[in-house]
Design a protein around this ligand. Structure first.
Ligand SMILES: *[C@@H]1O[C@H](CO)[C@@H](O)[C@H](O)[C@H]1NC(C)=O
Ligand SMILES: *[C@@H]1O[C@H](CO)[C@@H](O)[C@H](O)[C@H]1NC(C)=O
Length: 206
C-alpha cells in the first residue's frame, strides 16, 4: 500500500513536469537545415521605436510598425565570398518539439497570412546589446525585401547573394501588418532566420 501510494506520488510529479520534448510531426518540415552548411544568428536583438535597449534575446519580437528584431550572423573566413541564401523557416505548432511561437497575421488571427520585411544592414556592422530602434546600424544598399502571404507551415528563401569577406552579416525582420514572437531554434522543425551556404543545401521540402 505504501509502495503503491509512493508510485502514485511519483507518477503525479512526473505528469506535473512538462517535458521539454513534445511529440512533434517532423516528417515533413518546411525546410531542413543542411548540416554544417548554415549559420544560426549569434546575436538576436529585439528593438522598438523607443530608446530602450532590450539587449540580446533568444526570442524574436515583431509587431506592426513598432517592434522589429535584428539578427547578427558571423560569417567565418572559410565561408567568405560564397553564395548563400537567407531563409525564414516557420513550421506549424505541431511541427515544433522544443520551440513555439505566437503569430497574428493580417486578418487578426493566428492562422491568417501576413507580411514580413527583411533588410540587410551594412556588412560588418550589426547590433550590440545596447542597440535600440534609434541606434540601428546603417542600412546596406539593397532595398528591403517584402515576403508576402507568410503563413505557418512554410519556409521562405528571402534573399540570395554573396556571404562577404567574412564578418558580421546583419538583418532586420519587421512587419507592417503582423505580430510574431518566437524562440529561435534549430531543433526539428527549425524555426527562425538562417543563412544557408549554397551547394551544401538540399532542396527545400515543401
Ligand atoms: C519598447 O520596449 C520597452 C521594453 O520592453 C518598453 O518598455 C517600451 O514601452 C516599448 N516601447 C514601445 C513604443 O513599444
Ligand atoms: C484585432 O485584435 C485586437 C486585439 O484582440 C482588437 O483590439 C482589434 O479590434 C482587432 N481588429 C480587427 C480589425 O478585428
Amino acid at each position: 500500500m505504501k509502495v503503491l501510494s509512493l508510485l502514485t506520488a511519483i507518477t503525479g510529479i512526473a505528469r506535473a513536469i512538462p517535458s521539454p520534448f513534445k511529440k512533434a510531426d517532423t516528417a515533413s518540415c518546411p525546410y531542413y537545415l543542411p548540416e554544417g552548411g548554415y549559420e544560426f544568428p549569434h546575436l538576436i536583438v529585439p528593438i522598438n521605436s523607443s530608446n530602450v535597449a532590450m539587449g540580446h534575446s533568444y526570442f524574436a519580437d515583431i509587431s506592426p510598425s513598432n517592434g522589429a528584431t535584428i539578427y547578427n550572423f558571423d560569417i567565418p573566413p572559410s565561408r567568405a565570398h560564397q553564395q548563400c541564401s537567407l531563409y525564414f523557416t516557420f513550421p506549424r505548432h505541431n511541427q515544433l518539439s522544443t520551440s513555439d511561437y505566437q503569430w497574428t497575421g493580417n486578418n487578426n488571427d493566428s492562422e491568417s497570412a501576413g507580411t514580413l520585411q527583411a533588410v540587410q544592414y551594412q556588412y560588418a556592422t550589426g547590433a550590440t546589446d545596447s542597440t535600440t530602434g534609434n541606434t540601428q546600424p546603417a542600412l546596406g544598399l539593397d532595398a528591403p525585401i517584402t515576403i508576402n502571404s507568410v503563413t505557418p507551415g512554410n519556409a521562405y528563401k528571402i534573399w540570395t547573394g554573396l556571404s562577404g569577406a567574412g564578418g558580421v552579416m546583419s538583418w532586420r525582420l519587421s512587419s507592417t501588418d503582423s505580430w510574431l514572437h518566437y524562440f529561435q531554434d534549430w531543433n526539428l522543425c527549425a524555426i527562425g532566420l538562417w543563412v544557408v551556404y549554397e551547394g551544401a543545401a538540399p532542396a527545400p521540402v515543401s
